[in-house]
Design a protein around this ligand. Structure first.
Ligand code: FAD
Length: 694
């Protein structure tokens, strides 16, 4: 761990002054004693063999289950801090079914420090003009009821971040993450192995494709996990002992279940069928008429959301409400799905290739704890929280979980900090997930404003479904239940027939006017949530809260409404360090460089180390904060500090969040103050200021 002291001359002109020295990384020696099963039936030889195997694996620090976007991000970040992890993924190849596509500002900032990932995404994403709008229409080829541009100049203020939001599909992001992981030394093991994987391979930190974690045994010393190849015909599995097991295995996390962690909140808000299809003709038609990211389609035959992942490539997802048990997933054959897409398109005069059809359920839930009872199994991403996709917070929150967890896990595994630091992952991230759940639900409700204005209250559809599935409904024979449901839905959809919405119908035209008012006044589903995206703040955890400090109004304490709220930069402890452009200049010979960096660039980009940065104002008086930082640095590791002293200081963590700040003039007790701050942040209460320094 490194403390880097930066002198900042307000307004944010950075003198090129910094000296770094690395903490000698304490070699991590695993002290696992794995759980032993007491099978009497095992021969002594088998027991000894198993013990040998477990001992061989003793050095495994982290096992990540699931190579989705969150698991991969975590393994990359851990590698950048010099910690190898083993990733197991049950799929034998990457998923090519698009899910998430909207990357928010904070996620892009995290990706910016992952070997230029954000730049690559910016280069490869579709042009902004293709995805800035949401379109509300009767069919894709038909009447547009209204559009909303979510990226007007006021929506993308340049001053708040060195990056911006992006539209890049999850199935295109995954290969880029894999590539980064491989660059950092992760070996991709694409095939399920027929033999036990050698510990030399495991210790190199591979990504094991086609391997599933099937059982776990956790204790206060670590976790013993069973890993089996998923390929049919291979039955040899193996047990791996690790210090920590991270469940990055998605919304249906089996690890979470095995660990006995409950989910809290509402389940199964809505079931949907997601159809991945390609149609260059449709893409071109929309590019020529009304390019957009989301198309909300309402007509008498179908109600659906069509997500344009890439108009130029003609790549789409159709999200269709699904009502089991009256509707069966198997009924959604390729032909049926094509029919639905044609109904949404409003024309059969286009070619469509259906790639995959999946069902999924929308929940609004957060795990009761992000750790199992031993603190050895850690939940991240969708395994820890599952939101409605409205607002696109799922993947983004997961990536940000990984970012919060990585430096803490690395510090604990390297023996630099006690495991109490790790527990702050739960303290800090669960409230954010709870807030993002509430926000996603509010967004989901906001998204319902338009169909409700058209007389299509989706909650009524769910109610009808519920009634058919309860008491009286279930007394009817199954085929009558289906007919009843179809009939009631058809009556509902008749509200959006062209005849009903025509200008000749006063009710229909009044409804269309109401839709346009809702869109104009920003009461429909929004794309950007700056206050929640960049403004989330940790109130407690690995930080020193300010006593009596006024709570910032834009963080997640306020109940979300689904309406856009602005981001207010803050340096309060727990907040992300605000971005300010830094104009680089050289002292000798004096020259100004054209290069402009961000305050966020002051914090580490990996390189096998974690950095804390102390920002101090430029000097007027003595060198008090600098002295304090040197002494504290020496006590907490081997730090070498160079600083410019002045009033006030901000201590920034490796994940860019403010750990502590002081607005005070530096004084004799500054050393003590900084000692105290570090001991609270790193959870090392026993390091005292030497007497002669007090
Ligand atoms: C329709 C839709 C649209 C969405 N849009 C957005 C959006 O725009 N923005 C956004 O931020 N989010 C969005 N999301 C949410 C986003 O897709 C998820 O939040 C994201 O995939 C979570 O990533 P993850 O890595 O936690 O889990 P996953 O992506 O689910 O990955 C988990 C991985 O674990 C593997 N696995 C599971 N069990 C095991 C096991 N036992 N052993 C080994 N491997 C296992 C799985 O095969 C999988 O590869 C959307 C979701 C949906 C359904």
């Amino acid at each position: 761990m490194v403390l880097r002291l930066q002198g900042i001359m307000f307004p944010w002109r950075l003198p090129c002054l910094r000296i770094l020295q690395h903490l000698q990384l304490q070699r991590f020696v695993a002290s696992e004693s794995v759980a032993r099963c007491s099978s009497k039936a095992m021969s002594m030889e088998a027991v000894q063999r198993r013990d040998r195997e477990e001992e061989e694996n003793e050095k495994l620090g982290v096992l990540i289950v699931g190579a989705g976007p969150v698991g991969l991000t975590l393994s990359i970040l851990l590698s950048s801090y010099g910690v190898r992890s083993l990733v197991v993924e049950r799929r034998s190849k990457l998923s090519d079914h698009p899910q998430a596509h909207f990357l928010n500002n904070r996620t892009m900032e995290i990706f910016r420090k992952m070997e230029g990932l954000s730049e690559e995404i910016e280069r490869k994403q579709p042009p902004l003009e293709h995805w800035r709008r949401f379109v509300y229409c009767t069919t894709l080829a038909g009447r547009v009821l209204g559009t909303v541009d979510h990226l007007q100049p006021e929506d993308v203020p340049s001053g708040r971040s060195p990056t911006s939001v992006a539209h890049f599909s999850q199935h295109h992001l995954l290969p880029l993450l894999f590539e980064r992981a491989q660059r950092l030394g992760h070996r991709l093991e694409p095939k399920a192995s027929t033999v036990k994987i050698a510990s030399s391979v495991l210790n190199a930190g591979p990504i094991l494709m086609g391997h599933e974690c099937t059982s776990i045994k956790s204790s206060s010393n670590g976790v013993l996990a069973s890993i089996f190849p998923t390929q049919a015909g291979i039955s040899q599995g193996q047990k791996l002992a690790c210090q920590y097991l991270v469940a990055a295995d998605g919304a249906g996390s089996s690890v979470r279940e095995l660990a006995g962690v409950q989910m809290e909140g509402d389940e199964n808000l809505q079931k949907l069928i997601s159809v991945h299809f390609m149609s260059k003709q449709l893409g071109q038609h929309l590019l020529d008429s009304v390019p957009g990211m989301l198309y909300f389609v309402f007509n008498q035959r179908v109600i659906a959301v069509i997500v344009a992942h890439n108009l130029e490539a003609g790549e789409f997802i159709a999200q269709i409400p699904f009502y089991p048990p009256q509707q069966q997933f198997e009924e959604f054959t390729e032909e049926v799905c094509k029919g639905i897409i044609y109904d949404a398109a409003g024309t059969r005069d286009i070619e469509i290739e259906v790639k995959t059809i999946k069902k999924w359920s929308m929940h609004a839930q957060v795990a009761a704890s992000y750790f199992d009872k031993y603190g050895r199994i850690i939940l991240v991403g969708d395994a820890a929280h599952r939101f409605p996709p409205a607002g696109g917070f799922g993947l983004n929150t997961g990536v940000q979980d990984a970012h919060n967890l990585a430096w803490k896990l690395a510090a604990v595994l390297k023996g630099q900090c006690p495991s109490a630091l790790l527990l702050t992952y739960d303290t800090e991230r669960r409230p954010v997930a709870i807030a993002n759940t509430a926000l996603s639900v509010a967004n989901f409700k906001a998204a319902m404003a338009v169909p409700a204005a058209l007389g299509l209250d989706p909650s009524a559809a769910r109610l009808v479904h519920k009634v058919v599935n309860s008491g009286v409904g279930l007394l009817l024979p199954e085929r009558f239940q289906v007919t009843l449901l179809d009939g009631l839905f058809a009556i509902g959809r008749a509200q959006v027939s062209p005849a009903f919405l025509s200008s000749l119908n006063p009710i229909g035209s009044a409804r269309v006017l109401e839709v346009q008012r809702i869109l104009r006044e920003g009461q429909s589903l929004q794309l950007q949530f700056p206050a929640e995206d960049l403004g989330f703040r940790y109130l407690e955890g690995a930080l020193v809260p300010e006593v009596g400090a006024q709570q910032q109004t834009n963080s997640h304490q306020n109940f979300p409404t689904g309406r856009r709220r602005e981001y207010l930069p803050s340096t309060q402890p727990g907040a992300r360090l605000p971005h300010f452009p830094i104009h680089m200049f050289c002292l000798n010979p004096p020259a100004t460089s054209k290069e402009i960096r961000s305050t966020l660039d002051l914090v580490s980009r990996g390189g096998n180390r974690m950095e804390f940065v102390l920002l101090v104002q430029s000097h007027r008086s003595g060198c008090c904060w600098g002295d304090a930082a040197i002494t504290a640095g020496q006590a907490f590791g081997i730090w070498d500090i160079f600083g410019i002293p002045e009033t006030g200081a901000i201590l920034v963590r490796p994940d860019d969040h403010v750990a502590w700040r002081s607005k005070a003039e530096p004084k004799a007790s500054s050393t003590q103050e900084l000692y105290l701050a570090f001991s609270k942040v790193l959870k090392k209460p026993n390091i005292q200021v030497p007497r002669f320094m007090q």
